[in-house]
Design a binder for this molecule. Structure first.
Ligand SMILES: [Mn+2]
Length: 485
């Protein structure tokens, strides 16, 4: 993470992206294989590259994967050139060993120790340029830089870049985006592609019925309201805002007067504070809304946050093909399917959250961490979302990192680790702890300092948890390596 020389760092990143662009353009390429992660950022990043290749009349296929391990990468289709998006920086040695090159890696996760300058493998990673890839730029943002360096004019690319960053939760509630993300937003605003406003960040604003907007708001979770429709109805009635318009149709955010909006906002904040949430969490209700002016008005793709949610739902319900089709421009079949997938995803989350709410035994407290075992209950692509929601909605202790576990394919256990940002002050780096503990038990893992994941052998969960617990108990002094403790 850098504290000085920001513009210099950004310039270094732009230089690296033109190197990648050049590498791609100069490589003789009949077929390019794009390999990406299944989440919103991964889908958006791969699509930006796919769109650029289309404009340059290059052929490509996209392979969406769960993680860049030897087994998974060993099964990707062969091509003449490989582009990895939203993953790969920790798998350069595997990429080389498997001969998946020439290749470009466009990733914003903390890279492993492999040095730069591997033959035929170009890497674009903000961490290598002293830029915080956890907050300042997503893989989609990087892909956008590459697409621009390739000389491609694509007015959809900034939409995807911003949706990817939103999907990776790179926004800060008070300041919005920072670094490269902010530059991308400002450029798009300047070109008249995006309208940036400030408002209440409820789900489905402005077109969904207001009740549904409350029911499905998960970022932040509204305690006692999220996923409880009857409670939301009672809450709205108590504010005096009518649930129905005179013609009988449901009230939406758009129907509210300024007065109603401020009444709703005040009551929501009061409600959250009364449930013991901090003013900072309540503040998350307000923020920037990024309106995509080229998307037609009633579309869920009109707003960055919903765009990200739709992609997220497609990826996590293993319908990533639909997500990619949306990003590539399909607004017919793909869009109607995506809306169905999106509501199915919300239905499932609601089901898991009520399970956790009604049975405290799923979460067990250890000295320094807490563990949530959902083995065989939650799909391994959804466990991360459940962990985030459980932590932000106080379904578990917000003062400790949360380790959520579920069964994965091939007899492994998938780990999703999350913690509140305030724990950074204690010097905790969850990404490092998870990576180290996973490797110790014969698995692999890593991620960002507040959100990480791992895949470990099924019988090693207890050892893994013990190791993470003790590593978190001994946080690193600044600049030292917690793995050496
Ligand atoms: Mn990402």
């Amino acid at each position: 993470m850098s504290s000085t020389g920001k513009s210099q760092d950004a310039a270094q990143l732009r230089e690296a992206s033109s190197r990648i662009a050049e590498h791609i353009e100069k490589s003789p390429m009949d077929l390019c294989v794009i390999i990406t992660h299944y989440d919103a950022d991964g889908l958006a990043a791969a699509s930006i590259i796919a769109r650029a290749l289309t404009k340059l009349e290059r052929s490509f296929i996209v392979r969406v994967i769960d993680q860049a391990d030897e087994e998974t990468l060993g099964s990707v289709p062969r091509g003449d050139y490989y582009i990895f998006t939203d993953l790969g920086s920790s798998a350069i040695d595997i990429v080389v060993r498997l001969g998946l090159k020439p290749a470009s890696i466009i990733d914003h996760h903390e890279p492993n120790d492999v040095k730069e300058g591997v033959k035929d493998v170009q890497e674009l990673n903000p961490h290598r340029a002293g830029i915080d890839g956890g907050r300042e730029v997503s893989a989609s943002g990087l892909a956008y830089l590459v697409s621009k360096s390739m000389g491609v004019e694509d007015s959809v690319a900034p939409y995807l870049a911003i949706a990817g960053a939103v999907g990776d939760r790179q926004e800060n509630s008070a300041q919005g985006f920072m670094g490269i993300n902010r530059i991308i937003v400002e450029e798009a605003v300047g070109k008249g592609l995006i309208k940036k406003t400030v408002g209440l960040r409820l789900y489905g604003v402005p077109k969904q019925p207001l009740v549904k907007s409350l029911v499905y708001t998960v970022d932040p979770v509204l305690p006692g309201l999220t996923y409880d429709e009857a409670a939301c109805q009672r809450f709205l009635e108590s504010t005096g805002i009518p649930l129905k318009k005179p013609d009988g149709s449901p009230t939406t955010y758009r129907d509210l007067s300024i007065e109603d909006i401020s009444k709703l906002a005040t009551n929501l904040v009061k409600h959250m504070l009364s449930k013991g949430l901090s003013a900072k969490v309540a503040d998350m209700l307000f923020g920037h809304l990024y309106e995509y002016l080229l998307e037609p008005e009633p579309s869920p793709l009109r707003y960055a946050h919903e765009y990200a949610q739709v992609l997220n739902a497609c990826g996590r319900l293993r319908r990533h093909g639909i997500g990619l089709a949306l990003c590539l421009g399909d607004r017919e079949k793909a869009l109607s399917q995506a809306e169905l997938i999106s509501s199915e995803y919300r239905r499932r989350l609601a089901q898991y959250i009520s399970l956790l709410r009604n049975d405290a035994s799923y979460v067990r407290q250890l000295n320094n961490i807490q563990i949530m075992r959902l083995n065989g209950i939650v799909d391994d692509r959804i466990i991360g979302a459940i962990a985030s929601i459980a932590l932000s909605s106080y379904l578990c202790n917000p003062d400790k990192p949360l380790i959520a576990a579920t069964t994965s394919s091939q007899g492994k256990v998938k780990i999703s680790a999350r913690m509140q940002e305030m724990l950074l002050k204690r010097g905790i780096d969850l990404g490092l702890a998870v990576k180290h503990a996973a490797e110790l038990v014969g698995g692999s893992g890593g991620g960002h300092s507040t959100a990480a994941g791992a895949l470990i052998p099924a019988d090693s969960l207890d050892d893994f948890i013990k190791t993470v617990d003790s590593l978190i108990g001994k946080p690193a002094k600044q600049g030292s390596d917690p793995c050496s403790l």
